[in-house]
Design a protein around this ligand. Structure first.
Ligand SMILES: NC(=O)c1ccc[n+]([C@@H]2O[C@H](COP(=O)([O-])OP(=O)(O)OC[C@H]3O[C@@H](n4cnc5c(N)ncnc54)[C@H](O)[C@@H]3O)[C@@H](O)[C@H]2O)c1
Length: 271
């Protein structure tokens, strides 16, 4: 380190004047990420297929003193994704950060999956992520800077019955992240993935509404509990900021130890 150089470390997290797009920002982890990024000074574009939800989150951000607008997007539709990025560029002229969250989990055993169901999950989770990453990469590459976060999951590493197809898309997204990082790195663009554990959102409502399943999942973590969506905001804010300037192609597991624990057996240990 150069002793003559003084670094304002607190500034590393400053997102003032940064333009941040959150696709899927109308709910859950996307909403928390959008609100967190705005709190660090970013100008937010909240995009979602449920337009009133996107507007609601943008309104919450403005009410808290931040800057945000809302857009409709359907990540299953290439034209819609292209229109979204055109609107972002028209409004702001640049894009510093993008997070994309939309995904569906159809919990069924592999042999019960129809091809239509397979296509539905892969189309939204994997191809939707690809579409958003592709349109966001272009303006970032032109400016030779930018950061993207794609949503993986603990399911990229381990599965349970009924999770095969969802888990496959989440593993694919971790690999898409690596591939993009390799290709975009020379252009100054970073790409990382976030792999949450169990977060109480509409996506996981079928689990949290089942007391036995809910409790079993909580116990499976080292911290013994579910996450609130806002607990995913920290890693998103970090990956958006210059505090993570040397991170690319990695997956951050925010899982309360889910993937650290090897099974559920607690051995009796001598003191
Ligand atoms: N909640 C968890 O426990 C958990 C765990 C691991 C990974 N994840 C991942 O985190 C991400 C977000 O999950 P969440 O729990 O916040 O879900 P969520 O359902 O609360 O939010 C997803 C958002 O995406 C939007 N969306 C859905 N389809 C869309 C489309 N076609 N186009 C645009 N927007 C669309 C929804 O309207 C919603 O606002 C997902 O990728 C999920 O796989 C979640």
């Amino acid at each position: 380190m150069n002793p003559a150089k003084t670094i304002d470390y607190a500034k590393l997290f400053d997102l003032s004047d940064r333009v941040a797009l959150v696709v899927g920002g109308g709910s859950g982890i996307g909403q928390a990420g959008a609100e967190g990024l705005a709190a660090l000074g970013a100008k937010l574009i909240v995009a979602d297929v449920v337009e009133p939800d996107a507007h609601g989150v943008a309104e919450r951000i403005r009410a808290a003193g931040g800057a945000a607008t809302a857009l409709h997007v359907d990540v299953r539709d290439t034209a819609s994704v292209e229109t979204m990025i055109a609107n972002v560029m028209r409004q702001h002229g640049k894009l510093d950060f993008a997070l994309t969250t939309p995904a569906v989990n159809l919990r069924k055993r592999l042999l019960d999956y129809s091809e239509e169901e397979f296509d539905r999950v892969v189309e939204l989770n994997l191809k939707g992520t690809f579409r958003v990453a592709r349109v966001c990469a272009r303006p970032m590459m032109e400016r030779k800077r930018g950061s993207m976060v794609l949503m993986s999951s603990i399911r990229a590493l381990n599965v349970e019955p009924g999770q095969s197809i969802y888990a496959s898309t989440k593993a694919a997204i971790a690999q898409l992240t690596r591939g993009l990082a390799v290709e975009l790195g020379p252009h100054g663009v970073r790409v990382n993935a976030l792999a949450p554990g169990i977060v109480a959102t509409p996506l996981t409502q079928p689990i949290t509404s089942n007391p036995v399943w809910n409790e079993a999942y909580a116990k499976r973590t080292a911290l013994g509990r579910w996450a609130e969506p806002e607990e995913m905001a920290g890693p998103i804010m970090f990956l958006a900021s210059d505090a993570s300037s040397y991170l690319t192609g990695t997956t951050i597991f925010a899982d309360a130890g889910w993937t650290a624990i090897d099974g559920r057996f607690e051995p009796q240990l001598k003191t």
